[in-house]
Design a protein around this ligand. Structure first.
Ligand code: ACO
Length: 325
């Protein structure tokens, strides 16, 4: 099996910033509640008419440039998203067209906040067994399109953005181990009920706000802590390492209290944890993708560092990945 690594990263965040102060004018909430309960200060919101593929393409172009790879050399595009432009075709096909990446096989992955980690795992297996040479993996979301702006328990949490990575064969280091898990018995804890085949769109589904995120946040909190801690420990063991060997952890950015609880469970130094939740909120699959990109650009990840990606989301799904840079 070939060794596979990340050879370029990129991101795109929409320009519009929605602060906690802005939300105070929209629903019964406060900057104090949002900051202390979640760690979020502001989030980005896509412009009217901007779709997930638009964000994805911009992050992809940045990643291709960073990797020094031309679009026609990409033979696999995987987009992790739960907010595609439309039910079909896939966002990956729309990205392929916009990039003129005609040689790529394209599909989307629906694994919510763990989507970017799932996509890295899938792409790395394509490359490891020789089915692909250069893969473009993107986590892109416009969660503002499924956010109920009248529901204070969810609307303060989410944001829009995209992050991308180019994966290729590497001589040394690269992806040391991956670990994925799922539990469909708890699908009800976090979902958008309408708009699919179970509950197609009708006047009634729109009026009853069924096209928006419904979340039982309190119940999810504990599940998130346990699943992320379990996934991190499992993948570190699989890589033949100890948690203390990790130089930087890139966790899913749903809630800073979840991240702190995971760090405590694993005995991880909080200085080794990368956070961008304050600026962007929870961007589902785009959270780990943009955090990885920013950690690289800010010099928080250097050659030889061991990086842990750790994510959890609707499904329920979770996934972790250890990469030697
Ligand atoms: N402003 C002010 N008060 C609020 C707000 C708000 N925005 N939202 C809720 N409250 C109130 C509630 O009404 C409640 O009031 P009450 O005690 O009078 O009933 C009180 O605050 C506490 O509410 P909880 O829901 O218990 O608050 P909690 O501390 O659990 O925080 C949160 C809520 C932030 C959602 C947290 O539970 C969480 O982060 N859950 C996990 C989310 C997650 O991991 N999701 C999975 C990934 S996301 C994905 O896959 C797309």
């Amino acid at each position: 099996m070939k060794k596979v690594g990340i050879i370029g990263v990129g991101e795109y965040l929409p320009q519009k910033i929605l602060t906690n102060a802005d939300l105070e004018k929209m629903v019964d909430t406060s900057d104090e509640w949002i900051t202390t309960r979640t760690g979020i200060k502001q989030r980005r919101i896509a412009a009217k008419g901007e779709a997930v593929s638009d964000l994805a393409v911009k992050s992809a172009k940045a990643a291709l440039e960073d990797a020094g790879i031309a679009a026609h050399d990409i033979d696999l595009i995987i987009v992790a998203t739960i907010t595609p432009d439309m039910q079909f075709p896939s966002v990956a096909c729309l990205v392929q067209d916009a990039l003129s990446a005609g040689n790529a096989v394209c599909f989307d992955i629906s694994a919510a906040c763990a989507g970017f980690v799932y996509a890295i795992d899938v792409a790395s297996q394509f490359i490891a067994r020789g089915a692909s040479k250069n893969a473009l993996v993107i986590g892109a979301e416009i969660l503002s399109s499924v956010t109920d702006w009248q529901d204070r328990s969810t609307c303060v949490l989410f944001g829009d953005g995209a992050g991308a990575a180019v994966l290729s064969e590497v001589k040394s280091g690269g992806i040391l181990a991956t670990y994925l898990g799922s539990d469909g018995s708890m699908a009800d804890l976090l979902k958008v009920p309408a708009g699919g085949s179970r509950m197609p769109a009708t006047d009634k589904t729109v009026q009853s706000r069924m096209h928006y995120i419904k979340m039982r946040g309190n119940e999810l909190f504990k599940k998130a802590v346990n699943a992320m801690a379990k996934a991190a420990q499992a993948v570190v063991n699989k890589a033949g390492l100890k948690c203390q060997d990790i130089d930087l952890v890139i966790p899913h950015q749903a809630n800073v209290r979840i991240i702190s609880a995971v760090a405590k469970k694993l005995g991880l130094d909080e200085n080794k944890i990368y956070l961008n939740i304050e600026k962007y909120g929870n961007m589902s699959s785009a959270s780990t993708a943009t955090a990885l990109c920013e950690a690289v650009k800010e010099g928080r990840i250097k050659k030889g560092d061991v990086v842990l990606l750790d994510a959890f989301g609707a499904g329920l799904v979770w996934g972790a990945c250890v990469i030697k840079w």
